[in-house]
Design a protein around this ligand. Structure first.
Ligand code: NAD
Length: 360
């Protein structure tokens, strides 16, 4: 029996190519992994009747660890995101997104080493929405006015923003523990508590309470608009930042932009005992099947996964090998070259070859 059994969902679009590259470099570290490969997404609906069939969820529940490629969500066809459904179904409430600059990456910044921990289940992304013009929406508007809220225009659509003590406590406890386990020095709570007193205000209050349980880690808070400016002006001041869902979504793209873009941004969706690792980027359909996409975000997600399963040394070695390929600058994909049509750019699988060579 292998030391670790891990669920692998290749994904669609560029997913299968970047997943294959990531799997090859993870295997090349020598860590003994048995992969349970399962397809999911739009392509399996004909076969199983749904995009995330129960046997795939069962495999993740059994193994507790999965790595997945991106899955396409068609725009405006009434199909809900499989990625969001997966996070909800497995209660993966903390999304960890490290944004680290590696020497050799073309960016306006250097020396950036930030981590966003995004609450993944609540806030305006909870999916509680009321469409303009429908009877339940009119009823809700009437109820809010009756309960002492302000007048709301009758032709409004409404999205609800729940933020709970339970949800906030667990994501901050997770973030402080992650900070300690990974040698980080500071946690910053991000919020808009001055305006949204009963949601972001609660978030900040609970954050301050949880911070007292972890006196060994420095704690501070920032208002989200100020945070956005400071990240652009002096990102070196920050370390681990914990944010509600919406701000986390927006600022993680900002942070990915600080360190060279989506091709280099890994992620980990984590719950109490299950973790699903995936790149921040999507399925980039226009590059599907062309051996063109950058597999490094998926490989760096593999680095996070190796550390998570207790194979820290292998994770560090893989990260160092990826960093050396970046620093060398020859075996990198188009997005890491000065010009996007640079003829010296290599393909997805050649990046994996170079990383494997650097591991030896
Ligand atoms: P995207 O991240 O797929 O692509 C945006 C652009 O970024 C691409 O056109 C490409 O230029 C660049 N890019 C992305 N990944 C790259 C890589 N690995 N290497 C080089 N360049 C890369 O975002 P999108 O176009 O908004 O979304 C496409 C689909 O992916 C949508 O259906 C969306 O719902 C889905 N998506 C899935 C996930 C997920 O599975 N977690 C996340 C985001 C988007």
């Amino acid at each position: 029996m292998a030391a670790h059994t891990i669920t692998l969902i290749p994904g669609d679009g560029v997913g299968p190519e970047v997943s294959d590259a990531a799997r090859r470099v993870i295997d090349a570290t020598g860590v003994d992994i048995e992969w349970e490969v399962h397809d999911a997404g739009l392509d399996v609906i004909d076969r199983y009747g749904e995009p995330m069939p129960p046997h795939v969820l069962d495999s993740i529940r059994k193994n507790k660890v999965a790595i997945k490629g991106p899955l396409t969500t068609p725009v405006g066809k009434g199909i809900r995101s499989v990625n969001v459904a997966l996070r909800r179904e497995l209660d993966l409430y903390a999304l960890v997104r490290p944004c680290k600059w590696y020497p050799g990456v073309r960016s306006r910044y250097d020396d950036v080493d930030l981590v966003i921990v995004r609450e993944n289940t609540e806030d305006l992304y909870a999916g509680i929405e009321f469409a303009e013009g429908e009877p339940p929406t009119h009823e809700l508007i009437a109820d809010i006015e009756r309960l002492g809220g302000r007048a709301i225009r009758k032709d409004s659509g409404i999205s609800i923003k729940p933020i709970s003590i339970t949800g906030t406590q667990r994501v901050f406890r997770f973030a402080f523990t992650w900070a300690i386990d990974n040698g980080r020095r500071k946690v910053t709570a991000v919020h808009k508590a001055n305006i949204m007193k009963h949601t972001d205000g609660l978030w900040l209050r609970v954050a301050e309470q949880v911070a007292r349980e972890f006196p060994q880690v420095e704690f501070e808070d920032r208002i989200v608009d100020n945070m956005a400016m400071q990240l652009v002006q002096k990102p070196e001041l920050y370390d681990v930042m914990v944010m509600p869902n919406l701000y986390g979504d927006i600022l993680s793209d900002l942070c990915a932009g600080l360190v060279g873009g989506l091709g280099l941004a890994p992620g980990a969706n984590t719950g109490d005992d299950i973790a699903v690792f995936e790149a921040t980027h999507g399925s980039a359909p226009k590059y599907a099947g062309q051996n063109k996409a950058n597999p490094m975000a998926m490989m760096l997600s593999g680095v996070l996964m190796l550390r998570h399963i207790g194979e820290r040394e292998a994770g560090d070695r893989l990260e160092a090998a990826i960093a050396s390929v970046i620093a060398d600058g020859r075996s990198v994909t188009y997005d890491m070259k000065p010009q996007r049509d640079d003829p010296t750019a290599v393909g997805t699988s050649q990046v994996a070859d170079a990383v494997i060579a650097a591991l030896r």
